[in-house]
Design a protein around this ligand. Sequence first.
Ligand SMILES: [Zn+2]
Length: 383
Amino acid sequence: MTTLITNIGELVTNDPEADDPLGIVEQAALLIDGRTIAWVGRADEAPAADQQVDAGGRAVLPGFVDSHSHLVFAGDRAPEFAARMAGEPYAAGGIRTTVAATRAATDEQLTAHVARLVQEMRRQGTTTVEIKSGYGLTVHDEARSLAVARQFTEETTFLGAHVVPDGDADEYVALVTGPMLEAAAPHARWVDAFCETGAFDADQARTVLGAGVAAGLRPRLHANQLGHGPGVRLAAELGLTAVDHCTYLTDDDVAALRDSGTIATLLPGVEFSTRQPYPDARSLLDAGVAIALASDCNPGSCFTSSMPLCIALAVREMGMTPAEAVAAATAGGAAALGRDDVGALVPGRRADLVVLDAPTHVHLAYRPGVPLVAQTWVEGRPA
Ligand SMILES: [Zn+2]
């Protein structure tokens, strides 16, 4: 079964071979064969298809790849947000309130909650999402959190090293790298740690990632969110695919990222929701560091599921152009997950795409807060 989407006013392909960064084709069409892209080009040169969809001159772009989220949780922290907006600072320890609610929830409750959030993301154009554990923090609760996440995505991340729930940090790291990892690994693709004052130091993070790699998982890291620290340099030293947050960076940190080729995943919804300064995307890009944008959707520091909001914030607050922000939210997220089957609309890739109620991708930043996603297609079908 082939479907031709035609009369596309602006098609963002992210074609790596194209001259402009987004690989834009105007007056375009796109042929889907089953679940994948079979052809892209000018509408007047399009091949025949079993069925045809008229995009009405609107923009079509790759589905957003949200490479960082924490969707498996229970409970609500709206009062903490309101208190923060009244002047209280954000601290890593707030995670513990979500941990208590998550442990008390049934698998069915957690699954229903993730389903609701994934559906919310779909409506806003996200077609690939990474989901972390990290609100269970016991062997049983981390394993079941990941089993819940696996029902929705292949991109699951074991984040037992989110915060020390109670007791001694080194004893907890031994639990994370021992029985908890053993129970979690069958449900996870990635291992992650929160390397931050109040969470885990660089040695502990190194231990956790090393154990995860030995168990067959791929490493990633939360680093330099709340202040300067060793996390970003550790990520560069270990040659991680991506390191996430990167809000407080020294010149040495930026040079280390450039030299290692580690992608900086920026999460501007966090700074929006915590009133912290935004990461300096402009100087990272100018230094030659690749950037991904992601939501970090979580109940504490950032409860948005909206990639369009992240794009608007990246443009307005972080010095990115609309084209750079859209690339970072699509191809950038795919690269941060080590994926070459999503993030671009070129033959052979998954037919994951967004139809915007707008003539150009620029409207994602130009019209912030407006629900511009008209349709989200996942693997060749409207979702
Ligand atoms: Zn996070």
